[in-house]
Design a protein around this ligand. Structure first.
Ligand code: ADP
Length: 187
């Protein structure tokens, strides 16, 4: 990790998984997989998706084209190309539409299906952005609650060495700093 990325919280779960909150740019992280908050075309977009495609180079969109899209709450995997991360797990978050349209379950699916794919591929260090909290307008507090709870639950089998919550702003990082210990305590 470069000096531009700051580690905030650094906690351990009961099965030895390390959970960290990092403030910085996810495209700079040297991990087994970074997760992309993609759209259902998987062909690139704005926000973190655009940043990942720019940093990975054109081979990423070429591989994505072969995947024929992805449903909301599901996940698909590619190589990382020019990224320091070995793989990209592309997941499609829900667009916030008031909260009574299955948004929580779909967002939970993004985290559990991304980690399920990572587990299948033997990937042990995974970094997530705050899926759906940008262009898709999911409120940050419930989104961070879901992210931390699902990550802690999915790591119960000891499959993961480190799960990173990569936050792009100080406010989001502060929220994860607060919610991560609660998720680890089973609150
Ligand atoms: P979505 O469409 O799922 O809302 P966005 O990319 O608009 O996706 O935003 C998701 C989150 O990713 C936001 O909290 C945004 O601040 C953050 N983000 C944007 N660029 C980066 C980046 N380079 N690294 C990490 N997080 C990022």
């Amino acid at each position: 990790m470069s000096a531009l990325e700051t580690i905030r919280s650094d906690l351990s779960g009961t099965t030895g998984t390390r959970f960290t909150v990092v403030l910085g740019d996810i495209t700079r992280l040297s991990v087994d997989a970074i997760v992309n908050a993609a759209n259902s075309s998987l062909l690139g977009g704005g926000g973190v998706d655009g940043a990942i495609h720019r940093a990975a180079g054109p081979d990423l969109v070429a591989e994505c084209r072969m995947l024929k899209g992805c449903k909301i709450g599901q996940a698909k995997i590619t190589k990382g190309y020019r990224l320091p991360a070995r793989h990209v797990i592309h997941t499609v978050g829900p667009l916030w539409n008031g909260g009574a349209n299955g948004e929580d379950e779909l967002l939970a699916g993004c985290y559990s299906n991304s980690l399920g794919l990572a587990r299948e591929h033997g990937l042990r260090t995974i970094a997530f952005p705050a899926i759906s909290t940008g262009i898709y307008r999911f409120p940050a507090t419930p989104a961070a609650g879901i992210a931390t709870r699902i990550a802690v639950a999915e790591s119960a089998d000891g499959a993961f060495g480190e799960i990173i919550f990569c936050c792009f702003g100080d406010e989001m990082a502060g929220l994860y700093d607060r919610l991560l210990p609660e998720a680890l305590a089973g609150a």
